[in-house]
Structures are given as C-alpha cells and as structure tokens.
Design a protein around this ligand. Sequence first.
Ligand code: HPA
Length: 244
Amino acid sequence: MSKLAIIGGTGLTELEGLEITDREMLNTPYGDPSSPLFHGTYYGKSVVFLARHGVRHSIPPHKVNYRANIWSIKALGIQTVIAVAAVGGIHPEMRPKELVIPDQVIDYTYSREHTFFADDFNQVTHIDFTQPYCQELREQLLKAAAPFDFKVHSQGVYGATQGPRLETAAEINRMERDGCDIVGMTGMPEAALARELELCYATCAVVANPAAGHGLTPITMAEIEATLKQGIENVRQLLGAVIR
Ligand code: HPA
C-alpha cells in the first residue's frame, strides 16, 4: 500500500498511537483544511492524519471544507485514504459499536461545495461513480478485519444527510426504503471529491446509535459519545491491522 492518509471523524480527532513527526498547514485554492496534516508513524508505517471536524471538534458536518481537505491530501502525493465516520444504524443488523465498510452511497446533502470541476466549463469532467469506494482498499480492510471478534459488515449503503440535526423517523423510514443501511453527515461530498482527484478512498464507518425511530429512546450526544469510545477502539485495531 502506498502512503496512507486517515481522515478522522467524530470520536477520532486524534489518532492515539500516532508518533507525530511534523505538522503541516497547507494553503489550498479552496481555503484551509479542517486541521493541520499530521505526519507521523503509526504501527511502524508512515501515515498522514487529518481531523475532519478540526482538532477541537468545532467544525460541523455542513461547514467542513471537504475540497480543501481532499486537495491537501492529494497535494502531498498521497494516493490512499481511509475515512473514519460515525454513523447511525438503519439496517437492523448494523448495531452500535459495529463497523461497516460501505460499498454504496446515496447523497441527500445540499448546498455543499461538492466538486473540483465547478468553475471551468472547458474542463468539466463527469467522473464515473458507479462504485463510489475503492474496491481494492475495501478488500484490504475486510481481509484485515477477519481475525477480530467484533463485527465488521462487508457492505452497506451509506446515506449522507445534511445535518447538523439528526433525522426524523420518517426520513429514516424513507432512507430505508431507498436502500440505505447506515446514515451519516460527512460521507458526501468527501467520497466524490476523492474520486475526482483519483484517490483510492474507502470509508470505515462505526455505528454510534440506532438511527432515528429505530431505537427505544431518543438519540443523545452522550449516548453517541459513550458508544463511540468502544467503537473507535475497534476502528483503531482495524487500522493497525490494515497498516501492518
Ligand atoms: N444520523 C446522522 N449522522 C450520524 C448519526 C445519525 O443517527 N449518528 C452518528 N452520526
């Protein structure tokens, strides 16, 4: 695997165990990335880490500068990106703390800067997005997951919502009818931008809660944070295994 970038989401604003050797704040044509790019060694391999919501977790999903984040990773010459994302579970088998390596996405977001091909009509490029995630990287993640005793679902449809509010029960029911298995707020346009820049990009989603209307109680941030603590530990183990 070529040098890897990890984009950390909610619950992963720092990559515990990353021995940081350098931090770099890149200027991009699209503005500032969410955080410096942290260069370092993780499980003996050189990786770059970026905190999607900023190092203080202060940038909400609809305000993340996805273009600057992806552009800055590409500018470092990196080809491979694992994006970690907290999600709600829609599919009844996708339960809190479990991981999902989605293979498809449905985009319900709006008003986000979602393309690098926005301005110059001479250069408009319609990327193929039939398979939105890098299959090779997904397979590596799934192979690395095999020995663990926590559940890693080998496929799933990620529904990307606008946020920052959580969904209504009816919205989740509609998403379920659409075929969504998990719901999160940051999966798009990140995946599409990565494809526009020809990065090999896959998502490791960690289920933080049953989606709206699918649990017995209302969703609270306290519940999400508590669940993510354990779920992120599973993510760390998987990242370690795939890097090794
Ligand atoms: N919905 C959207 N995004 C999320 C959720 C959810 O239920 N849980 C964690 N991120």
